[in-house]
Design a protein around this ligand. Structure first.
Ligand SMILES: [Zn+2]
Ligand SMILES: [Zn+2]
Length: 253
């Protein structure tokens, strides 16, 4: 099992990484991808991936942070080249729900990350909230070789189907375990198995039955279980498929 999206530089994970990883190993999780969100936190991400074999990382600026952290394509690429365990660009994207940053700054940052991902041929980890049309238009107008991963996907079915035409991958978070997520569950039922990944987005968004607690990568098993029920296959089968999907997307395996 792989947790394809978490934030190990956040509390309380950051001061407990050894315990977090030993619980992962007990649950059969052998890889964790820790996602960058700001310039100032990236040294911590580098430190974490250097010290722990099973952890890989990304570099990117979260849409919430783009008022303070504006960064060019070349700066993104130079950060990523600092360490061979940095294997993705993001998270980037558009968040017009919270609007913590100006729309135009979010869009400029998103496009710079896309250009960096294309030049590196690395996957782009996309965060999209209340911005389906804008996200789709920007992705659609990009080079078709762009490798897209929609993280913590909560979008509508029409949005998902349009993204499918762009060869996007979709990562399911603990939100699919929530009782009020029928629409999202139906969307995941209709997406092809070979495009699906699983994630925690920990320490946020703990899945049922851990909802309300601090989330951690080992809880990805609850999302795997729920998704396997939706797809009508065993958790073991889905584990194998989502692991293969991750390895194809991030390691060209
Ligand atoms: Zn996100
Ligand atoms: Zn995230």
């Amino acid at each position: 099992m792989i947790d394809s999206h978490c934030h190990l530089d956040h509390e309380p994970l950051v001061q407990n990484i050894e315990d977090v990883l030993s619980r992962c190993k007990k649950e059969g999780i052998n890889k964790v991808l820790t996602i960058s969100t700001t310039l100032r936190s990236f040294p911590k991400i580098l430190d974490i991936v250097d010290k722990n074999e099973m952890i890989f990382g990304t570099f990117g600026i979260h849409p919430h942070e783009t008022n303070t952290d504006q960064i060019s394509k070349d700066e993104i690429i130079s950060k990523i080249k600092l360490n061979s365990k940095i294997i993705g660009v993001g998270e980037t994207g558009l968040d017009f729900y919270y609007n913590n940053s100006d729309k135009d700054k979010q869009i400029t940052s998103f496009k710079n990350h896309i250009d960096a991902a294309l030049e590196l041929n690395f996957p782009l980890i996309v965060h999209s909230r209340n911005a389906e049309d804008e996200t789709y238009e920007i992705l659609k107008s990009s080079d078709k070789n762009l490798k897209i991963l929609m993280h913590c996907f909560t979008g509508s079915l029409p949005f998902a189907l349009k993204l499918m035409e762009l060869n996007s991958y979709f990562s399911a978070s603990g939100i699919i375990t929530f009782k009020n997520s029928n629409n999202l569950q139906n969307t995941f039922k209709q997406l092809p198995l070979e495009r699906l990944l699983i994630e925690t987005d920990s320490p946020f968004l703990a899945p049922e039955p851990m909802r309300g607690k601090k989330n951690e990568p080992s809880f990805v098993r609850y999302t795997l279980k729920k998704l396997s029920e939706l797809k009508n296959i065993t958790p073991n089968e889905l584990d194998k498929i989502t692991t293969e999907n991750f390895n194809r997307l991030f390691f060209n395996l």
